[in-house]
Design a protein around this ligand. Structure first.
Ligand code: NAD
Length: 476
């Protein structure tokens, strides 16, 4: 059994959970420790005890540790990416790409340790200077989702450590393998005991333990909107700092003047790759009527050529859905779409392959309205709705008519519309002539409206969440 890592030691949990390959449910990847609330409490105590010294630790020591972690991840990206794709179901090239991204993130934050700046201002009062500096928040509870099993933990853990915080990391139940492998690498980076802790277990147990304990100064959460709302409320109830990244219903607008092949690539890549299980997936394709028939025909043609199969097999374009309950949710929404009167123009059926896995042919609904449930609710699978639009203004209004605001895209050759869209799209991230999914590792990541709450993740903007500001006066 793979153990939890608490206070610098590997420890058994109170039970163990099987990690199952969604491409082949007879393949058990391993058994992973599950903590109870008491064990989570031990990790919290260890992190709280380590926090004062770690907050004052030398930045070169932090930079070296993060750099070492990043180097090992990059050196082992094929092995880590293979494990990731085996437990989560994205294809092996996607898994390797995600592992490489995690390595790059640690390398980036190794350098950020050296770049944390303050300010010095003159006071309006005589003989005074004012100094503004950034300090660690303290102990940070990190609660991660299953769909990016190594990149999301990396983009939370790396800045937390870089800026001098102690970490409690709770991965999603479905993907303990990548989390454990990452913790194993971190455990050999020379951090003092208690600075980094891996606490695998249920959200309702371990996550709740973090939320309920005043020694946890901040919570960084990524997951569904429903859980995010609960996490935010619990954190705010005790005035903990909180950062919440949630779902999306991301639009990709395709105007009549778009390059057709480029728009089709953006749509197929953004909607269906990684099995559509990305918070930034383009689940609404808002298409101007002039290009609508050609666009739908070309997307269908491209979908028909995709290879849906075992995530680890060479030549697979789209792997399985992550588990039985997500597959049930996807199939449930496909039925809802039919019942709502949308046309299922392609796919949507469960597929049998050589091994028993959760295979689903990507589903394309046409003739959708933006009011349908399939156009409003996050499905989180390979399902996209095509919604007709009369013109640019209509398309923009439809794109913005959503509770969510994570990523918003447009395909057009009009500089005027592209420029206007960048300004008017209600989203944290805007993409012109590129898929809605896919953000570099050194720039801010996050949304507006119901997609995000709190400070941005990634890049130097991460300092906003993982530090707190101190204003200091000194009379001269
Ligand atoms: P989820 O909300 O089910 O779980 C997320 C995490 O919260 C897991 O670790 C889970 O164990 C934990 N959790 C569950 N209940 C909890 C509770 N009561 N208290 C504390 N923690 C609890 O989400 P998921 O299914 O793992 O991930 C998919 C969701 O994540 C999608 O909605 C997707 O859009 C979103 N997501 C958002 C982003 C982003 O950056 N905006 C990125 C990736 C995924």
């Amino acid at each position: 059994m793979k153990q939890n890592y608490i206070n610098g030691a590997w420890v058994d949990g109170v039970s163990a959970s099987a990690n199952i390959n969604p491409s082949d449910t007879s393949d058990i990847i391993g058994y992973y420790a599950q903590a109870d609330a008491q064990q989570a409490g031990l990790a919290i105590a260890a992190a709280a005890a380590a926090a004062p010294a770690w907050a004052l630790s030398n930045i070169q020591l932090r930079a070296d540790a993060l750099d070492k972690i990043g180097s090992e991840i990059l050196a082992r990206k094929e092995e880590l990416g293979t494990l990731l794709s085996r437990e989560e179901g994205k294809t092996r090239p996607e898994g390797i790409g995600e592992a490489a991204r995690a390595g790059a993130i640690f390398k980036f934050f190794a350098q950020e340790c050296l770049r944390l700046r303050g300010d010095k201002l003159a006071s309006v009062r005589p003989n005074l200077d004012v100094e503004i500096s950034r300090e660690p928040v303290g102990v940070v509870g990190i609660i991660a989702p299953w769909n990016f099993p190594i990149a999301i933990p990396a983009w939370k853990i790396a800045p937390a450590l870089a800026y001098g915080n102690c970490v409690l990391f709770k991965p999603a139940e479905l993907v303990p393998g990548s989390a454990w492998a990452l913790a194993d690498i971190i455990s050999r980076a020379g951090l003092p005991p208690g600075v980094f802790n891996l606490v695998m277990g249920r959200g309702s147990v371990v996550g709740q333990a973090f939320l309920g304990d005043r020694r946890v100064n901040a919570i960084s959460f990524t997951g569904s909107a429903a859980t995010g709302a609960k996490v935010a409320q619990a954190a705010i109830a005790r005035m903990a700092k909180v950062q919440i990244e949630m779902g999306g219903k991301n639009p990709l607008v395709v105007l009549n003047d778009a390059d057709l092949a480029g728009a089709v690539n953006c749509a197929v890549q953004g909607s269906f790759y990684s099995t559509g299980q990305r918070c930034t997936a383009s689940s609404r394709l808002i298409v101007e009527t002039g290009i609508y028939p050609a666009f739908v025909a070309a997307v269908r043609e491209k979908l028909a050529a995709l290879n849906i199969g075992d995530a680890l097999a060479a030549g697979t374009d789209i792997g399985p859905v992550v588990d039985a309950s997500q597959l049930e949710q996807d199939l449930g929404y496909i039925q809802i779409g039919r019942d709502e009167g949308a046309t299922l123009a392609f796919g949507g059926e469960r597929l049998q392959r050589a091994t028993d896995g959760y295979y689903l042919r990507p589903a394309l609904f046409t003739d959708c309205s933006n009011d349908m449930r399939i156009s409003r609710e996050e499905i989180f699978g390979p399902v996209a709705c095509v919604i007709p639009a009369d013109n640019y203004e209509h398309a923009l209004a439809l794109a913005n008519d959503s509770e969510f605001g994570l990523s918003s895209g447009i395909c057009t050759s009009s500089l005027k519309h592209a420029t206007h869209f960048k300004r008017a799209a209600q989203a944290g991230m805007v993409m012109v002539n590129v898929p809605t999914a896919g953000v570099d590792y050194h720039v801010p990541f996050g949304g507006s409206k119901g997609s995000s709450y709190g400070a941005r993740e990634q890049g130097s903007y991460a300092a906003e969440f993982f530090t707190t500001v101190k204003t200091a006066y000194c009379g001269v």
